[in-house]
Design a protein around this ligand. Structure first.
Ligand code: HEM
Length: 487
C-alpha cells in the first residue's frame, strides 16, 4: 500500500512537472526544425501505471530500460518525457550545448528561494561565471583550509552524545551538516552569533522544495510566502556581514570570503546581494545531498560487517601511522572509507534523476546502436538510479560492494565516462564532490574511532513521496563510546 501511494505521488509529480515544463518550453522556444530521425520507443503513463503502483518507480524504470532500451519516452496527454540510461545515451544530456539542452526552465523554483541576483534568475553567461566562483571556492587549495573547522564541528557535535544511547542517524547528520555548512561556507559570524536564527530562516526557505512550489513557484501559498520573507531576511543578514567585513577590511577563511573576493571576467566585483544569494544556493546544493549520502553510508556500513570491518581496520592503520592527526592528506589515505561512501551513493544517489529541457531537436545515440530524434519541448530525465545498477558496468549491481571501486577493479573507470553519475557529469558536474567526500570522511572516521554502533531499525527504503528522495522514516542506531588506541 505504501509503495502504491509513493508510486502514485511519483507519477503524478513527474507528469505534472513535465506538463509545466513543456508549457514553459513551448513559450520560450522558437525553433521549428522537425526531427527526421525516428523517436524513441514510447509508452503511455496509463500503460505503466500498474507497474508503478505495484513495483515502484525504480523497478519500473529498470523494467522499461530492459524492455525498451536506453532511451524511451513516457507520454501523458500531449506531454512527452524522454528517459535516458547509460553512458551512451547520457552523452547529449551531460555534454549537450546550453542552446540544445538546458537546466534553466527546470530550476525556476529556485529563483524565489535564493533571489534574483544569481543562478537561474540571471543570464546564462553570468550564471556560468558564478558557477566558476563556486568551483574555485571548493578547489583542493581552498579545501585544505576547511579541514580544521570541519574537524572541530564534528568533534564538538559528537562530544555532546552520551556514553551510550540511541539516535536517528538521519536527524543527526542533517543537524551536523548544517553546522559544518554554516561554519565553512557562511563563516563564523553566523556560526558563533546567530546559528539558531539562521537555521530557522534557512529551513523556511528549504520548505520551498515541494511539488506545489516546484510547479507554481510564485503562487501566494503560505509556504511560498514564508519562503519569500525568509529569503529577504536571510539575504539581508548575510549582506550585512559582507558589508561589515568589507568596511573593517576583515577577511576570513570561508566560502563567503571567496565570493566577496571573486571578480567577473569584465573586472566587476560581486555585489552584497550576489554574494548572499550564492551562499544560500551553495548550501542548498550541498547540505541535503551530503546529509542523505552520509545517512545511506551509515545504513550500508552498519548492515555490511565486512565493509564496516575493512573501514575500521583502515582507521586503525591510519592511527598507527599518524596518531590522532587528521588533515587533507591523511583524509586522502582513507581509500576504503572513500569507496564505502561512493558505493552507498551508487546504490542510493541523493539525486536519483536529473532533469533538463530540450530547447532544440537533439539526437540521442544509444548503447543498442540506435539513433533517435528527440524534439524540442521534451523533458529529458537522466536515470542516475538506473545508471548505477547496470550489470554490464557493475558486477552484481544490487550488492553493496565498495571493493568494486578499489584499485584492480575500478568498475566505473573501466565502464568509461558517465558510468558513475551520482555526482552528475559533464557541463554541470557537481562542483562540491571533493568537499562532500571530505566532510563525510571526517564524520565517519570520527564515528569509527569513537563509537561502537548497531543499526536497530530495518534497512531504510527510499521515500519517493519526497521531492528530494531520502531514506524513509528514521534510521535508528544504538551507540556506545569507545576509543581506538592511538599509540
Ligand atoms: C554527497 C553529496 C553530493 C551529491 C550526491 C551531489 C550531487 C550533485 C549532482 C548529481 C549534481 C548535478 C546536477 C545536475 O546535473 O542537474 C550536482 C551539482 C552541483 N553540486 Fe553537488 N552534490 C553533493 C554535494 C555538494 C556539495 C557539498 C556542494 C557544495 C558545497 C555541491 C555543489 C554543487 C554545485 C554548485 C552544483 C552545480 C554545478 C553546475 O551546475 O555547474 N554539491 N551535485
Amino acid at each position: 500500500m505504501e509503495l502504491q501511494v509513493s508510486a502514485v505521488w511519483f507519477s503524478i509529480a513527474l507528469f505534472l512537472i513535465t506538463a509545466v515544463l513543456t508549457k514553459i518550453a513551448s513559450r520560450r522556444t522558437t525553433n521549428d526544425h522537425v526531427c527526421t530521425l525516428p523517436p524513441p520507443p514510447e509508452v503511455t503513463l496509463l500503460g505503466i501505471l500498474p507497474s508503478l503502483l505495484t513495483k515502484g518507480p525504480e523497478d519500473t524504470m529498470h523494467h522499461l530500460y530492459n524492455k525498451l532500451g536506453s532511451a524511451f519516452t513516457v507520454s501523458f496527454l500531449w506531454k512527452r518525457t524522454t528517459f535516458l540510461v547509460g553512458k551512451e545515451a547520457s552523452n547529449v544530456f551531460f555534454q549537450g550545448l546550453e542552446s540544445e539542452v538546458t537546466q534553466g526552465n527546470t530550476n525556476e523554483f529556485t529563483v524565489p528561494m535564493f533571489g534574483r541576483e544569481m543562478g537561474f534568475a540571471v543570464d546564462y553567461a553570468t550564471r556560468t561565471e558564478q558557477t566558476r566562483f563556486f568551483v574555485e571556492s571548493l578547489r583542493p587549495a581552498q579545501l585544505r583550509s576547511y579541514v580544521g573547522p570541519m574537524l572541530e564541528e564534528v568533534e564538538s557535535y559528537f562530544a555532546k552524545w552520551e556514553d551510550e544511547g540511541v539516535v536517528d542517524l538521519k536527524y543527526e547528520f542533517e543537524e551536523l551538516l548544517m553546522l559544518i555548512s554554516s561554519r565553512c561556507l557562511v563563516g563564523k559570524e553566523v556560526r558563533e552569533k546567530m546559528f539558531g536564527q539562521f537555521c530557522t530562516l534557512y529551513h523556511q526557505i528549504e520548505e520551498g522544495v515541494n511539488f506545489v512550489s516546484f510547479m507554481f513557484p510564485y503562487m501566494p501559498t503560505p509556504v511560498n510566502r514564508r519562503r519569500d520573507r525568509a529569503q529577504i531576511k536571510l539575504t539581508g543578514i548575510l549582506a550585512e556581514i559582507v558589508r561589515s567585513r568589507k568596511s573593517f577590511n576583515r577577511a576570513e577563511e570561508d566560502v563567503l570570503q571567496h565570493f566577496i573576493d571573486s571578480t567577473y571576467k569584465d573586472g566587476r566585483g560581486t555585489t552584497e546581494q550576489e554574494v548572499s544569494q550564492m551562499i544560500l544556493g551553495l548550501i542548498f546544493a550541498g547540505k541535503h545531498t551530503s546529509a542523505m549520502t552520509t545517512t545511506w553510508t551509515g545504513a550500508c556500513l552498519l548492515s555490511h560487517t565486512k565493509s564496516f570491518n575493512a573501514a575500521l581496520e583502515e582507521q586503525k592503520e591510519i592511527i598507527s601511522k599518524h596518531g590522532d592527526k587528521i588533515d587533507h592528506s591523511v583524509l586522502s589515505e582513507m581509500g576504503i572509507l572513500h569507496s564505502c561512501i561512493k558505493e552507498a551513493s551508487r546504490l542510493h544517489p541523493a539525486l536519483p534523476t536529473l532533469v533538463r529541457q530540450v530547447k532544440k531537436d537533439i539526437t540521442v545515440r544509444t548503447k543498442e546502436g540506435m539513433e533517435y530524434g528527440v524534439p524540442r519541448g521534451h523533458t529529458l530525465v537522466n536515470l542516475v538510479m538506473v545508471n548505477g545498477k547496470l550489470p554490464h558496468i557493475y558486477k552484481d549491481p544490487e550488492v553493496y560492494d565498495p571493493n568494486r571501486f578499489r584499485p584492480g577493479r575500478e568498475e566505473d573507470k573501466v565502464g568509461g565516462k558517465f558510468s558513475y553519475t551520482s555526482f552528475g557529469g559533464g557541463r554541470h558536474a557537481c562542483g562540491g564532490e571533493a568537499y562532500a567526500y571530505m566532510q563525510i570522511k571526517i564524520i565517519f572516521s570520527h564515528l569509527l574511532r569513537n563509537f561502537e554502533m548497531e543499526l536497530i531499525s530495518p534497512f531504510p527504503k527510499p521515500d519517493w513521496t519526497k521531492f528530494l528522495p531520502e531514506p524513509k522514516g528514521k534510521v535508528m542506531v544504538s551507540y556506545k563510546r569507545r576509543r581506538l588506541p592511538t599509540n
